[in-house]
Ligand binder design. Structure first.
Ligand code: ZN
Length: 204
């Protein structure tokens, strides 16, 4: 159902393309979540006039959390086996924020309004991060060949990860600080956090 006119459409994206005023505007929090999804390998189908953000997650509780958080954008969650496919309908209101993400000639660039926040980092960690011997690995999209600007965003908030493309590695001495920066774990990610915490306490 379109939240603006309350009519039911099979293809909300097509309806919003013809009636852009009906398209729901993402909140700041939702933009941060979508940015985290894109950093973690999600896809942005730009630069079309009505772009969509898509991502896959392997974690039911995380998929439920994303569905709740992105509800006002009418996000669709489809499950196939153990994989959850998350996608927003095509939504022209996403364009101002993410149109720089994708261009055919170059690799993805940060969204226009991009800055790192604890929530962006936390969503990235949740969808494509893991703990390994007390270090934290954040894996980016395969399309990203150079994580230079990802690393720059982390440097701006005091971290100095190294690159093993397409992954940013936070060694043990930075990993716990990164957890502190990110705050409370997202649903379904507590186990990985505990691994980092227990490892770093052994090393301190
Ligand atoms: Zn409508």
């Amino acid at each position: 159902m379109c939240p603006w006119c309350r009519e039911v459409f099979k293809a909300l994206g097509a309806h919003w393309q013809h009636n852009p005023r009906h398209a729901p505007e993402p909140t700041r929090r939702q933009r941060e979540i979508l940015t985290g999804l894109l950093f973690g390998g999600g896809a942005y189908t730009g630069p079309l006039s009505t772009p969509s953000v898509q991502a896959t997650v392997k974690n039911e509780r995380l998929a439920e959390w994303l569905e709740t958080e992105l509800d006002s954008l009418k996000v669709n969650v489809r499950v196939d086996g153990e994989t959850y496919y998350i996608s927003t309908p095509s939504n022209p209101a996403l364009k101002p924020y993410f149109q720089n993400w994708y261009s055919k000639q170059e690799e993805p660039r940060p969204p226009n309004t991009s800055e790192l926040t604890p929530l962006v980092a936390k969503v990235w960690f949740a969808v494509n991060g893991h703990a390994k011997n007390g270090a934290i690995h954040l894996r980016a999209s395969y399309a990203v060949r150079n994580l230079g600007w990802h690393r720059e965003l982390f440097r701006e908030v005091g971290f100095n990860p190294w690159r093993e493309n397409p992954t940013l590695v936070f060694p043990v001495e930075q990993a716990k600080e990164l957890l502190d920066y990110m705050g409370e774990p997202l649903p379904g990610t507590t186990e990985e956090w505990e691994q980092v915490r227990s490892n770093s306490s052994m090393n301190v």
